[in-house]
Design a protein. Structure first.
Length: 269
């Protein structure tokens, strides 16, 4: 049965500075990432990011907030409803809302890269919003936002897809009862990002709707729930952990501010 083992934590900011180990840091993003939609660890000091319409990948330094390199997928550049990214070194995958995967290798700055396209089959069951590496090698986790088939209302559904066999996904890997996971706190939960943390044996699932983040163990048991501060995280669309000690959350731009990423010390207290 689902259990929440940790108290809720408000992800609020202290005064950002390099000297304060407990401080959150924020970086505004360029116009190309105003509608940022996914994050993945690129190096111990940087993340890959993309928006939700154009297949251009940006590597962003977590020390300066500057774009280290940008490269485009395809020629002409892929345009799609892109909802997630996963990275294993220089091997990358993006996924659209219909479960179509594009696989490619990271490119040099201002380059264009070739890609291969596959149908995971998940789009038949749900609207996808989130992609991550999985505990097993050569496997990806796919998070569902809205179900198209099946009696799974009030359930967090996560599929898996093998990058070697590339067969359509079968039964969900995890089906989590959200009524139990959110029992103490009212609010909706619809995934907008997912990330597997091999160093900790945990899966992070973030939700812009309801502004919260669930922490799952490898078996899909909810071990913690963290609330997101509304003023600092109005539209959280991506999450990752970099260098085993920095939690990175991406928020889509709003009318009064640009898209940005927030960097917190990790693990959370």
């Amino acid at each position: 049965m689902t259990r929440v083992l940790a108290v809720l934590l408000m992800l609020t900011a202290c005064s950002p500075s390099r000297e304060d180990a407990n401080a959150a840091r924020y970086f505004e993003l360029p116009d190309a990432l105003e509608e940022i939609s996914g994050l993945a660890a690129a190096s111990p000091d940087s993340v890959f990011a993309h928006d939700d319409e154009r297949g251009t990948i940006h590597e962003i330094s977590l020390d300066t907030g500057r774009v280290v390199r940008s490269f485009a997928i395809g020629n002409p550049v892929v345009r799609d409803d892109i909802e997630g990214i996963a990275a294993d070194g220089e091997r990358l995958w993006i996924i659209n809302s219909d479960g179509i995967i594009r696989a490619f290798n990271a490119g040099r700055d201002r380059s264009r890269v070739l890609h291969r396209q596959y149908d995971t089959g998940v789009g038949e069951y749900c609207e996808v919003e989130g992609l991550s590496l999985a505990p097993e090698p050569d496997t990806l986790l796919i998070a569902c936002k809205n179900m198209r088939q099946g009696q799974r209302r009030g359930t967090l559904v996560i599929y898996e897809w093998n990058t070697i066999t590339r067969e359509p996904a079968g039964a969900p890997r995890h089906q989590i009862n959200l009524a139990e996971a959110l029992r103490e706190e009212r609010g909706e939960f619809a995934p907008s990002g997912i990330e597997w943390l091999p160093e900790f044996g945990r899966i992070l699932v973030i939700s812009a709707r309801g502004r919260s983040m669930l922490v799952l163990d490898e078996n899909g048991i909810v071990v913690a729930r963290h609330r997101l501060n509304e003023s600092r995280h109005p539209q959280s669309e991506g999450v990752t952990v970099v260098g085993s000690n920095r939690l990175v959350i991406a928020d889509e731009g709003q009318q009064d501010r640009r898209g940005r990423i927030a960097v917190y010390p990790f693990p959370l207290g």
